[in-house]
Design a protein around this ligand. Structure first.
Ligand code: NCD
Ligand code: ZN
Ligand code: ZN
Length: 389
């Protein structure tokens, strides 16, 4: 069952665990704690290698300036999603977008954006070569046309028009990042990930077994099973905070909850449990990708609200909570900081961050002259707090 403390009831605070549950966590962690976990009865701290975010939407313009520090503060690097308006479809556009991200960063930040290209039916194999040569593009993103926010320019003909590009990606060792949902209106929205696995991903991997694929923001037991059935170095998955702690009840708890709406949509509890088991098992195939996707409040709380949850400010707190509740805090660091760079063939970060058990209240919203953004778990209290070393 989903813990009551994670149900985002409107207006009710996320419950801080009682002294008793702190104590029992203390005992559980202490019984098998690795050296980087320090515990005392008053304060528990984890020192972990600085995490990276392998799936992040930073947007551009005012929104970029508003959100970038919530990621750059704690994460070393992030895979930056290319679904801007217009999308980042060329290496040159990725280079320019990277410059605007670097410009928006707080002074002295050493956060590194890892850029991606937005795959279209018209992407040329040469663009993949240019992307590789740029030295700043690390992956190509597949949005099936119409699947999610700003995906209207996405792919309609993966096995036809895109095949030469995919073959070039194999040659360039460039991973394909996948929004894994079919878009046919005939397919129930809750089945779209499973049908995508059966009809697109599985055949794709059979056709191009050397292509590196990341199934982004997985939401189902089917995706867990699929990723686990593939070759470890070739297929992996990112997992968001929301798909670890919320199920589809959270969309309707006490009324319609637009701030819990993202794509792929939250699934039933059995799927959430399968994802928690997979990530807390210590498997190298799963790594941190927040899918933090800020939208202005007015575009979420309206008759046709956008999909996307803004979770950068709370992501590390939520991941820590999930691993703690599974009795797997010793496996947290691999998920947040090792499995991602290992899969991408990049070095692990060398600096550290500290996660301490000191409850903090998530702001009700972040306000700017042009509007505001409501974060995940707005107004609620979380137990784990990250601070840079
Ligand atoms: N996850 C979402 O619900 N939304 C993302 C797009 C995406 O990652 O699919 C966004 O850009 O808003
Ligand atoms: Zn997506
Ligand atoms: Zn996303």
């Amino acid at each position: 069952m989903l813990k009551a403390s994670f149900l985002p009831c409107k207006g009710s605070a996320l419950r801080v665990p009682s002294a008793l549950s702190v104590k029992s966590s203390y005992l559980r962690v202490n019984a098998r704690r690795p050296t980087h976990i320090k515990a005392s009865r008053t304060k528990m701290e984890l020192s972990i290698t600085r995490p990276d975010d392998w799936h992040l939407h930073l947007r551009d313009g005012e929104l970029l300036e508003a959100v970038v520090s919530h990621s750059s503060h704690h994460f070393g690097r992030a895979i930056i999603m290319p679904n801007l308006k217009p999308p980042i479809t060329t290496a040159a556009a990725a280079v320019a977008y990277r410059q605007s991200i670097l410009k928006a960063l707080p002074e002295n930040s050493d956060f590194t954006p890892l850029m991606t290209l937005y795959l279209t039916d018209n992407t040329s194999p040469n663009e993949i070569k240019l992307a590789r040569e740029s030295g700043v593009v690390f992956a190509v993103k597949l949005y099936p046309a119409g699947a999610t926010t700003n995906s209207q320019d996405g792919v309609t003909d993966l096995f036809g028009k895109c095949l030469p590009v995919l073959e070039e990606m194999v040659r360039q060792d460039m991973p394909l990042l996948v929004h894994g949902e079919v878009t046919s209106p005939d397919v129930d929205v809750f089945d779209r990930e499973k049908v995508f696995i059966d009809t697109v991903l599985s055949p794709l991997i059979q056709k191009l077994p050397q292509l590196k694929v990341v199934m982004e923001h997985i939401t189902t037991k089917d995706a867990v099973n699929f990723v686990e059935s593939c070759d470890e170095g070739f297929v992996a998955a990112t997992v968001t905070p929301q798909h670890l702690v919320l199920n589809r009840n959270s969309l309707f708890q006490g009324g319609l909850q637009p701030h819990n709406y993202c794509l792929p949509v939250l699934k039933r509890e059995t799927h959430r449990q399968a994802i928690v088991s997979a990530v807390t098992s210590g498997s190298k195939r799963f790594f941190l990708g927040t899918d933090s996707a800020p939208h202005e409040r007015r575009n979420k709380e309206c008759p046709c609200g956008c999909a996307g949850i803004y979770n950068s400010p709370v992501a590390l707190s939520v991941y820590a909570k999930v691993f703690e509740e599974a009795g797997a805090l010793d496996k947290l660091e691999a998920f947040t900081s090792f499995n991602g760079p290992d899969f991408y063939g990049l070095p692990r970060n060398t600096s550290k961050i500290i996660l301490s058990r000191s409850p903090w209240k998530v702001p009700a919203s972040y306000s700017f002259t042009w509007g505001d953004i409501v974060p995940m778990f707005a107004g609620q209290t979380l137990e784990w707090q990250p601070s840079p070393v």
